[in-house]
Design a protein around this ligand. Structure first.
Ligand SMILES: C[S@@+](CC[C@H](N)C(=O)[O-])C[C@H]1O[C@@H](n2cnc3c(N)ncnc32)[C@H](O)[C@@H]1O
Length: 209
């Protein structure tokens, strides 16, 4: 996403502040002020900003979109925070091995063209004992969950978002089985998949090889 569509997405997801804060609180329970955190595909950076506000962690955001890197850096500056947002590909992380205590990736994994490489890269840059959390849409999401998600966004935006969910996003999203198969092929080998009506969380841990 670049240009106009990145700006539109940033405006829409600015409405999800409560959700970003809830997610940050749950992740924050795993972090301290000295934790090194990587957010892969942070988009406009709202979750990254909440995480840094809450925990004081040192966070790096890496996104493939030049527009989003600019939008996220500007959002962090407005929030009075220093967060390093860089451009790069999830499948080829520009970091040495064993750097991060925690990795989070929200609403982006289904878009990755090389998901297996992305999982292996996450494991490579995690410290031993570190955790990665992938949050995304499940393929068999319920219609009611999407209706809940779009409520209060205005008729036109709600229609556009529902259409995007039911076409593009549904096509790319993972089933529980598809995700489990991918994880089993990755260097993580196993993970904990938790489902809710709209999406899944995949918790992965870097254990000794
Ligand atoms: C739907 S947005 C999600 C943004 C943010 N994580 C959120 O929760 O709102 C998907 C993001 O994935 C990024 N992205 C897609 N493919 C990528 C890749 N291969 N490497 C890094 N970022 C990628 C896009 O640029 C975009 O910022």
């Amino acid at each position: 996403m670049e240009g106009f569509s990145a700006k539109w997405y940033a405006r829409q997801t600015a409405n999800d502040a409560d959700e970003f804060q809830r997610t940050a609180r749950r992740i924050g329970a795993h972090l301290s002020g000295v934790s090194r955190v990587l957010e892969i595909a942070p988009g406009p950076g709202y979750l990254a900003i909440e995480l840094v506000k809450l925990s004081g962690c040192r966070l790096t955001g890496l996104d493939i979109s030049r527009s989003f890197v600019g939008i996220a850096a500007e959002n962090a500056r407005k929030a009075g925070l220093h967060i390093d947002f860089e451009q790069g590909d999830a499948a080829d992380l520009p970091f040495p091995a064993d750097q991060f205590d925690f990795i989070v990736c929200r609403a982006a994994f289904k878009n990755f063209t090389q998901p297996l490489a992305a999982l292996n890269e996450m494991r490579r840059v995690l410290k031993l004992g570190g955790t990665a959390l992938i949050i995304d849409l499940r393929k068999d999401f319920s219609k009611a969950a999407v209706s809940d998600y779009v409520s209060g966004r205005g008729t036109l935006n709600a229609m556009i978002i529902k259409w995007i969910f039911n076409t593009m996003l549904k096509k790319r999203a993972y089933t529980r089985e598809g995700l489990a198969e991918l994880v089993s092929q990755s260097e993580f080998r196993q993970g904990d998949i938790r489902l809710d009506p709209l999406g899944f969380e995949l918790w992965l841990r870097k254990q000794g090889s």
